[in-house]
Design a protein around this ligand. Structure first.
Ligand code: CP
Ligand code: NVA
Length: 309
């Protein structure tokens, strides 16, 4: 049997994504109040090891995958690419074949999406996307879990994205197509999402609105989302920051959203840039639930990849 990779949400499909979310809610509620490193009662991944390769910085992805494996009864090891032979030019193909003999699953954070596809092509154990320049599907699993926890149904939801049309937005668009919610994207000209993700979401039945008007994007939204204006590996270009300024999520913008609208941000945040302190610290902001949910959502991703779900 070929390994179940999770390079993007479409690798799992709508039914498996819904099953993962249901499992994550159940597991999260079953361990309320427990020490964070204690394993779930069934320890479904006992004896399993996840290798994590980082070619970019990380706090949440690194800690949440490690804690997810502990809570599932397994363990994780971290490979900072710069201190491995991969960092000295050993091929992804050989790295994949070696790690497949030594560990049960591989998570990688890298730049070019083609690299993760190459790794997955040669791996005989599951490969999980911990962020590429193109997408961040594990983040969106946590976002979907967080939205459902707020009592909102995903089908028919109106989600507004403000700012840069980046990797996180691409995975949101993929989720919109799979789960049937609508996305209003407010970006400056030249910073729109890749049209492939827009076209795919629309073809799957989602309504995707692209606008230059931040208020038009936010008006009537159930969920308002933003992210850093400068992603890892990008230039901190002054003209980009100037173009982004009208898309800051602030109280005036949130006033147009639904009265019970919630604010999401994958973090790390640059308060004062893409979001102001008033919104970031408000009751409408669920960003720290969202961060914690990286653990709960990824446990279910790991279980799906390893055939336990
Ligand atoms: N949101 C997220 O992926 O955070 P890290 O970069 O800290 O992993
Ligand atoms: N878009 C951001 C997300 C960080 C978690 C980046 O790629 O840097």
């Amino acid at each position: 049997m070929t390994a179940r990779h999770f390079l993007d949400l479409g690798d799992a499909g709508a039914e498996a994504v819904r099953a993962m979310l249901a499992d994550a809610h159940t597991r999260k509620s079953a361990r309320q109040g427990w020490p964070k490193g204690k394993s779930d009662a069934d320890a479904p991944l006992a004896g399993h090891v996840l290798a994590m390769i980082f070619e970019k910085n990380s706090t949440r992805t690194r800690v949440s995958f490690d804690m997810a494996m502990r809570q599932l009864g397994g363990s994780a090891l971290i490979m900072d690419a710069g201190s491995t032979q991969l960092g000295r030019g050993e091929s992804l193909a050989d790295t994949a074949r070696v790690l497949s003999r030594m560990v049960d699953a591989i998570m990688i954070r890298t730049d070019d999406h083609a690299k993760i596809e190459e790794l997955a092509h040669h791996a005989t154990v599951p490969v999980i996307n911990g962020l590429t320049d193109q997408s961040h599907p594990c983040q969106i699993m946590a976002d979907l879990l967080t939205i459902e926890e707020q009592g909102m149904s995903l089908r028919g939801l109106e989600l507004a994205w403000l700012g840069d049309g980046n990797n996180v937005l691409h995975s949101i668009l993929e989720a919109a197509g799979l789960l049937g919610f609508n996305v209003r994207v407010g970006t400056p000209q030249g910073y729109e999402p890749d049209n492939r993700f827009v076209a795919q979401a629309r073809a799957a039945g989602a309504t995707v609105t692209l606008t230059r008007d931040a208020a038009e994007a936010a008006n009537g939204a159930d969920i308002v989302v933003t992210d850093t204006w400068v992603s890892m590996g990008q230039d901190h270009a002054h003209n980009k920051l100037a173009a982004m300024a009208p898309y800051q999520v602030n109280a005036a913008l949130m006033a147009g959203a639904k009265p019970d609208a919630r604010f999401l941000h994958c973090l790390p945040a640059h308060v004062g840039e893409e979001v102001d302190a008033e919104v970031f610290e408000s009751d409408r902001s669920v960003v720290f639930d969202e961060a914690e949910n990286r653990i709960h959502a990824q446990k279910s991703v790991l279980l799906w990849c390893l055939g336990e779900l």
